[in-house]
Design a protein around this ligand. Structure first.
Ligand code: AMP
Length: 209
């Protein structure tokens, strides 16, 4: 199963990707997590990406395309994967298509901007492994500590309200056109965000699982 999860920032892509990854036994590839690790480790990619990320802007396509080529060539991707947060522009989608990478489905998680702005303040992520939580909707077992790796949970800088608004604008302008791109290829399935468990059920159902 080769799957793309589309959706606005905060739509629940990361959470669904983690659940589906376990259920379908395939890895999740999140460019956001890869970039945050690069920033934390001070790699050349991280140094390039940081200012774009902090401002809620997209990292240049060529950086992302390089990351994806490298990651998809790793052996754990041979049985399939879930792409979370990539592609984010038509240029990225075209580059992936040009590389001969094809998908079984593209699932767009739908949610209103207002709901996203309300929810983002509660999001927490693990600074070590990138797992995501929500203080109300999906709290960790122990306050401030990751269930998966005992790492520290933090609020992302780019979850600040002004940055969330900038990221939503970028989403509508740059990423939403991908829905038409994949609808034209007969791959697009849309699923309303309707709570974590229900959304997973709906995604599995549109995938015929
Ligand atoms: P995310 O965790 O997916 O919300 O990504 C966090 C930030 O990383 C985004 O706001 C962008 O600055 C950057 N980023 C992640 N994935 C991509 C991508 N596919 N294209 C461009 N920028 C990206």
């Amino acid at each position: 199963m080769k799957l793309i999860l589309l959706g606005a920032p905060g739509a629940g892509k990361g959470t669904q990707a983690e659940i589906l990854s376990e259920k379908l036994n395939i890895p999740t590839i999140s460019t956001g997590n890869i970039l945050r690790a690069a920033v934390k480790n001070g790699t050349p990619t991280g140094l390039k990406a940081k200012e774009f990320m902090d401002a809620g802007k997209l990292v240049p396509d060529e950086v992302i395309i390089g990351i994806i080529h490298e990651r998809l060539a790793e052996p754990d991707c041979s049985n399939g994967y879930i792409l979370d947060g990539v592609p984010r522009t038509v240029a990225q989608a075209e580059a992936i298509e040009k590389a001969g990478i094809i998908f079984d489905a593209v699932v767009s998680i739908e949610i209103s901007d207002d709901e996203i702005i309300n929810r983002m303040g509660g999001r927490r992520v693990c600074e070590s492994c990138g797992s995501s939580y929500h203080v109300k909707a999906a709290p960790p077992k122990r306050d401030g500590i990751c269930d998966n790796c005992n790492g520290k949970l933090i609020q992302r800088k780019d979850d600040a309200p002004e940055t969330v608004k900038a990221r939503l604008e970028v989403y509508h302008k740059e990423t939403e056109p991908l829905k038409d791109f994949y609808a034209e290829r007969g791959l697009l399935k849309s699923v309303e965000n309707s709570g974590i468990a229900e959304t997973t059920e709906r995604i599995l159902s549109v995938l015929g699982k």
